[in-house]
Ligand binder design. Sequence first.
Ligand SMILES: Nc1ncnc2c1ncn2[C@@H]1O[C@H](COP(=O)(O)OP(=O)(O)OP(=O)(O)O)[C@@H](O)[C@H]1O
Length: 281
Amino acid sequence: MNSQPILEVRDLTATVLSRGTERTVVDGVSFSLARGRSLGIVGESGAGKSMLIRSILGVHPPGVTMRVTGSVRLDGHDMLSLRGRERRRALATSVGMIHQDPLRSLNPTIRVGNQLTETLTFTGTAGRRERTRRGIELMRSVGFRNPESESRRYPHELSGGQRQRIGIGAASLTEPALLIGDEPTTALDVTVQKRVLDLMDDTRSRTGSSMMLVTHDLGVAAERCDEIVVMRAGRIVEEGITAEVIASPAHHYTRALLDSIPRLDGPRLRRLRTSADGALS
Ligand SMILES: Nc1ncnc2c1ncn2[C@@H]1O[C@H](COP(=O)(O)OP(=O)(O)OP(=O)(O)O)[C@@H](O)[C@H]1O
């Protein structure tokens, strides 16, 4: 078995360039993720979690010019040196991406079954009949009871949880080495959140994928990930094995995030102070 980490990020720095000004949004980030393991990227809004993922994948926000330096080795690909078609091919075969709002990534005019199998068309892995069969099989595996008829629906005809199931199905279609969830359950209500996270866990056990889970919720990362990276203002302030970070957080910001996790047995919660309050450094 390949013992190389699935992802190795070294000194990654991303700077947004706009009208003669520069703003560093990811600042000297280094970490690695072993194959088969799961990593939670945690931090408040604006900490740089999404920009970190974008910089790793080389997918920048539309209309934004960015300079990215450092190195990213993903499933054997030297990501920062890849361009255009080569990069898209590396992403299509090695990475499955699950977004916060699957409506953003689903085409409203295409039936969900057809969208699911689009990736297979792109990677050229199967003929039309085989793709349809795989799409239906996949919908069943992500919890649809009547996939033959449900695959003919349009995205707006599904609930938020069902759409996220389609998102997870699409992300796992090619059994990628790395699944990335960018706040995949933030838009869902609590009971649906648990089912979607369970489905991601099941999918990982089926495909053997590693996982990066981006979330502002330390509780979710603590429950689902082997390791945690805590980000603040573009930097990593704490990282380690989940159980150790939770048992004895070294950084006061991690302690503040921990204090803000709702607990049924605990005292009333304090609101987490954010950078906007200016009190945490
Ligand atoms: N399109 C953009 N153009 C310029 N700056 C941006 C853009 N998107 C994000 N930023 C800036 O980059 C920094 C990091 O934002 P990022 O979206 O990565 O944070 P985040 O931790 O993912 O937060 P959230 O969970 O709210 O998305 C912020 O200061 C933000 O203002």
